[in-house]
Design a binder for this molecule. Structure first.
Ligand code: WQD
Length: 352
């Protein structure tokens, strides 16, 4: 069958990485249905994806914790594969409300896998995270690095989800899973029609910087400059969200062509390069010609000192490599924030 007839279910497809992945899937000729409960995203993202690609994906508002709704979704559709993004993902909130995270992220997954097996949809790409490595002893981390006790209940739901999928793939011969372990996704599509669109004040670095630059906030804190790193601030592996999205299409193609070598495979998705918080701030200022008003404060509980990934396996086995650099990351993030600001201002004047 041609890609045109391949139908992919994207759960969480109105979210940040889900929407960018849906764009890449549509542009590769796949048919896409987005299933999302809009608990941390907006339905207007479906319109934006349609505007970018000229093909509007189907959208179903469904809470994956509602087993009957999930079963109905699979009865009404025939999916060739699934990309599962839908999950709560605020590290800080998961510490104060762990049961909300365990229920949503794990019950949703189990309902999805059960319904997919019943319907004969047996290929899944899972959205995992480098948080499963905790604070690694050795850097860069590769896929054989020990999975440790993650620093937060959010990270633990990713670790447990991988264990559920590994066991399910071992028990049900038909099920094939690729788990993609993201490092730090940043940036936005070059159309500036989709991007990171947090509901409520963002916790993660890039939207904090763009909101500071646009004036939505008047200061920010760098959480610690006393780490054992060259400039004292934490190091992460930042990866452009479009590079990340393209990797999902590669993984789907690998599953649909039955090229996977194991029933459960994991791949790190990063650039292999570590950057400090202060380096990202400096690049943002230089590339975008803005001055950011930040101050150094104490360490944030749960932060690991440094982590970045070996991308050797994704490069050699998937044939995928991140191509967009830090300048494109900070430039596209800023362009998206400015577009968002313009849209919100025109909405406000229209409502006067
Ligand atoms: C990055 C660095 C902060 C905000 C993220 C996602 C998590 C997972 C892994 C996918 C840290 C510093 C931040 C601020 C700061 N991704 N920082 N001031 O913690 O690495 O986790 O990647 O699953 O879901 O959240 O990302 O952007 O929160 O922090 O100094 O106002 O920026 O201390 O060193 P993190 P982050």
């Amino acid at each position: 069958m041609s890609e045109l007839t391949k139908h992919i279910l994207v759960t969480g497809g109105t979210g940040y990485i889900g929407s960018h992945t849906t764009v890449e899937l549509l542009q590769e000729g796949y048919r896409v249905t987005i299933a999302d409960d809009l608990s941390n995203s907006r339905a207007e993202v479906v319109d934006a994806v349609g505007e970018i690609t000229g093909k509007r994906p189907a959208f179903v508002n469904v809470d994956l914790c509602n087993k009957d709704a999930v079963d109905a979704l699979f009865k009404a559709n025939s999916f060739d594969a699934i990309i599962h993004f839908a999950a709560h993902k605020q590290v800080g909130e998961s510490v104060t409300a762990p049961l909300k995270y365990y229920r949503n992220n794990l019950t949703g997954l189990i309902n999805l896998v059960e319904a997919s097996l019943t319907s004969g949809t047996t290929r899944m790409v899972f959205s995992s995270s480098c948080t499963v490595y905790g604070q690694p002893d050795r850097l860069p981390v590769d896929e054989n690095s020990p999975v440790r006790q993650p620093e937060s209940p959010y990270g633990n739901t990713k670790k447990i989800a991988e264990e559920i999928l590994r066991d399910a793939a071992a028990a049900y011969a038909a099920l094939k899973v690729i788990s993609l372990r993201y490092f730090n996704p940043v940036g936005a599509h070059n159309s500036s029609l989709i991007g990171e669109y947090p509901i409520g004040p963002p916790q993660n670095l890039m939207p904090v910087l763009t909101q500071l630059a646009i004036g939505k906030r008047n200061s920010m804190e760098v959480f610690g400059d006393d780490y054992n790193t060259p400039d004292g601030s934490c190091i992460r592996d930042y990866i452009h969200v479009v590079d990340l999205a393209k990797a999902h299409v590669v993984a789907i193609r690998r599953l649909l062509s039955a090229s996977n070598s194991d029933a459960f495979e994991t791949f790190n998705l990063g650039t292999g390069k570590g950057l400090s918080v202060l380096e990202v701030i400096r690049a943002f200022e230089e590339v975008n010609g803005v001055k950011l008003n930040y101050r150094i404060s104490g360490r944030r509980p749960g932060d690991v000192e440094q982590i970045y990934g070996s991308t050797e396996k994704a490069n050699t086995v998937l044939g995928w490599k991140a191509e967009l650099n830090l300048n494109e990351m900070v430039k596209s993030a800023w362009a998206w924030e400015k577009m968002l600001d313009k849209k919100e201002k025109s909405k406000n004047t229209a409502s006067l």
